[in-house]
Ligand binder design. Structure first.
Ligand SMILES: Nc1nc2c(ncn2[C@@H]2O[C@H](COP(=O)(O)OP(=O)(O)OP(=O)(O)O)[C@@H](O)[C@H]2O)c(=O)[nH]1
Length: 365
């Protein structure tokens, strides 16, 4: 049933690489358990080596899906080696030296190792959006793996088993363990997909698709939240590209777009990670610098003006000089709201345009 859920998710999210791996993984585990349950009704080859290899392949696929999800390379070679080794050792302990105890220990330790590796991958993922769910999933894998180690240890110290179907409660509980594990993991992974989808939607709704920086709405929301957390003084820089219409008119709209992206990238390289940078619309941008005085912001603006005007955009055989005008103000505790400060910076920008462009004007309170 859980593999059907995963297959449905893979159909709903066809572009998501991890879902496909998880769906295939769950299907292999389900097929392996089915073959295992048909013991005494089908040839031993199918109900022992093949079934256990299927289960192992299933866990390998789940681990591969997690690797894709967390942005790591799939350890294809190691996983293939694990499956091959398990298959051959199961063949050996089924046909050449039948030994149920050895088989239980091998499958338990193999699956628990894959479980620990999966948990490790989740723990190593540092993305905040997924932290909570990934920790829960990691612990589900760890608990499942610990149970399997317990099973291997008991099997090793217990009297040798001759028939799996006559095995004690710990072995019988394995079916329950896999059942509960599959349910928890399927739900956990689908919640994770949902969180990923939400994060993608949020990113799309907050990002300006031409420049990749914050759009107007997201920028204003973020700057308001910085003001709420009292990261004073917050210096605000309103920036507008000079004679941008001329670039569009002379070189075409596409070159205009390139100039916007070029200017954005240029400015972004001059900012540190505490700065907020957004495109307010057209060729107008805004930078908010929390915990930055007016004097520090002015220094940064001067550097920007000087370096941008001496770095032409080179494209299609053209060298286009781009300059910007900047209006700056400082938002302090005594001011009513951040929108007023943005307006003051905008007025200063207007003055910079009037004064001849390619300059900065400060609005001092
Ligand atoms: N290529 C391109 N052009 C845009 C975009 N958004 C706005 N524009 C154009 O930007 C131009 C802005 O022109 P103006 O507001 O007259 O300003 P300007 O030519 O930069 O002159 P000043 O600001 O006074 O220096 C308009 O022609 C808009 O059509 C965009 O996303 N891509």
């Amino acid at each position: 049933m859980m593999s059907v859920v995963m297959l449905l998710l893979a159909l709903i999210y066809p572009k998501n690489g991890s879902t496909r791996f998880w769906a295939i993984g769950n299907s292999f585990i389900a097929a392996g358990l089915l073959l295992l349950g048909l013991r005494n009704h089908i040839p031993d080859f199918l109900s022992i080596p093949v079934s256990n290899t299927f289960i192992t392949i299933g866990y390998c696929y789940i681990l591969a899906g997690i690797s894709v999800f967390v942005g790591r390379k799939i350890p294809t070679r190691s996983l293939t080696l694990v499956c091959l080794t398990l298959f051959l050792s199961f063949l050996f302990f089924t046909d050449f030296m039948p030994n149920l105890t050895a088989r239980i220990i091998i499958i338990s330790l193999t699956v628990s190792a894959l479980g620990f590796a999966s948990a490790w991958l989740f723990f190593m993922d540092k993305r905040e959006d997924y932290r909570f769910l990934e920790n829960i999933l990691a612990w589900i894998f760890i608990l499942h793996s610990c149970y399997l180690i317990l099973r291997a240890t008991f099997t090793y110290s217990d009297t040798p088993l001759s028939n799996f179907m006559d095995a004690n409660t710990l072995h019988a509980l394995s079916f329950l363990d896999v059942f509960i594990f599959s349910i928890l993991i399927t739900f956990g992974l689908s919640f994770l997909l949902n969180t990923e989808l939400q994060a993608k939607l949020r990113h799309i709704s907050e990002t300006d698709n031409l420049t990749g920086i914050l759009n107007r709405g997201a920028f204003l929301a973020l700057i308001r939240s910085k003001a709420d957390t009292h990261q004073y003084p917050i210096s605000v820089m309103m920036i507008d590209i000079d004679h941008f219409k001329k670039i569009n008119d002379t070189y075409g709209h596409q070159m205009g777009d390139t100039a916007l992206a070029f200017t954005t990238d240029f400015i972004q390289t001059q900012l540190d990670e505490t700065s907020l940078f957004g495109r307010l619309g057209g060729e107008e941008f805004c930078i908010a610098l929390p915990n930055t005085t007016l004097a520090e912001a002015e220094r940064l603006a001067q550097d920007l003006l000087a370096s941008l005007s001496s770095t032409p955009l080179i494209k299609d055989g053209h060298a286009i000089n781009i300059s910007i005008s900047i209006g700056i103000t400082e938002h302090s505790e005594t001011m009513l709201n951040i929108e007023d400060s943005l307006q003051l910076a905008d007025k200063a920008l207007y003055k910079a345009k009037e004064a001849g462009r390619n300059r900065l004007i400060t609005h001092a309170a």
